[in-house]
Design a protein around this ligand. Structure first.
Ligand code: PBG
Length: 318
């Protein structure tokens, strides 16, 4: 290998055309999924201060947003629900006329070209805000798994194309796979107990009322454990492995990419979005440039696609 002065890497950086020819990672509209939050009512778009682009939307407004997204070229959405009432079981998660089930039916008939992915979890539906059944201050695993299966099945009955369990119970992918042999599963396989979910919990009204999620979500310090989670989820029948959050865990995305040959996804979470929004609002950086740099970094790390609140903006920016 020659070195300077024969080799001058700046030669290929001179023009945008040259840079484009040698670009190693590219972000495209096919790579992004937009999260949406369905809430009861009509004509409701309840924005979140400091987080424009994220809002609770009633089903008519979800349909309007879904059509806009689709017209802009966004092809998939991830649905979350804010139910009318929360209860001790979290039954709003699986009832046939639950908020997500109704949103699925409405989108399925009004915007049939959109691919509908659902987040499968109990935290938005339980009065204690935990992702599973609480007994003596602990989230019990196996009883929770049964309810998650019920939830995933009801999503598919209502028209979900893909289910994405985000609860981090052991064995939930296998149980969902047995119940739904033909449904693609995106497993939140390496989901960390992260401070970056803060803004999401405000939108989804799902902050745990006692304790935290460290008894089921992963310790941010671990990467080997993430690979074990991934291996188990693949063995149980997951189709896609997801790492979440994305930006503080690019090394985890890379490790998963190198170890497994299945598709890898990443979730660019609410706190990652909020940080850029806040810095941009204060005039410290350019939102578009910072967002596109973040998203291409997630691809460079090895993700095939990503969940991001910038999905709609990406459609306008690219
Ligand atoms: C549900 C769930 C959460 C997120 C996605 N699914 C919150 C949590 O685990 O507390 C976070 C998404 C984000 O921050 O954008 N369990």
């Amino acid at each position: 290998m020659s070195s300077f002065p024969v080799t001058r890497l700046r030669r290929l950086r001179r023009t945008e055309t040259l840079r484009a020819l040698v670009r190693e990672s590219r972000l495209s509209l096919d790579d992004v999924v937009m999260p949406l939050f369905a809430c009861p009512g009509e004509g409701i778009v309840r924005p979140v201060p400091g987080l424009e682009g994220i809002a609770q939307r009633s089903i008519d407004e979800i349909v309007r947003e879904g059509s806009e997204l689709s017209a802009l070229g966004v092809r998939a959405v991830l649905l979350f629900g804010i139910p009318e009432d929360k209860d001790e079981e979290g039954s709003g998660a699986w009832v046939p006329d639950g908020i997500v089930q109704r949103a699925l039916r409405a989108l399925g008939s009004e915007v049939p070209e959109l691919t509908l992915i659902t987040d499968v979890c109990l935290c938005e539906y339980r009065s204690d805000g935990h992702c599973g059944v609480l007994e003596g201050g602990e989230v019990v695993n196996d009883a929770t798994v049964e309810l998650l299966v019920r939830t995933a099945a009801s999503h598919v009955d209502a028209g979900a194309d893909v289910v994405a369990p985000s609860d981090m119970m052991d064995g939930r992918v296998g149980a969902i796979r047995t119940a739904l042999p033909h449904t693609p599963i995106i497993a939140y396989a390496a989901k960390y107990a992260s401070a970056f979910y803060g803004p999401f919990r405000a939108v989804a009204e799902s902050a745990p009322s006692t304790g935290d999620r460290r008894g089921y979500q992963m310790d941010p310090a671990n990467v080997r454990e993430a690979l074990r989670e991934c291996e188990l989820d693949l063995g149980e029948g997951a189709d896609v492995l997801m790492v979440k959050p994305a930006l503080a865990y690019l090394d985890v995305i890379r490790a998963v990419r190198e170890r497994f040959d299945c598709p890898v996804a990443a979730y660019n979470v609410s706190g990652e979005y909020a940080m850029v929004k806040a810095a941009a609002a204060a005039g410290h950086l350019d939102e578009r440039a910072a967002a596109l740099e973040s998203l291409v970094a997630i691809k460079r790390a090895g993700a095939d696609f990503m969940f991001t609140y910038w999905a709609k903006d990406v459609a306008r920016w690219l």
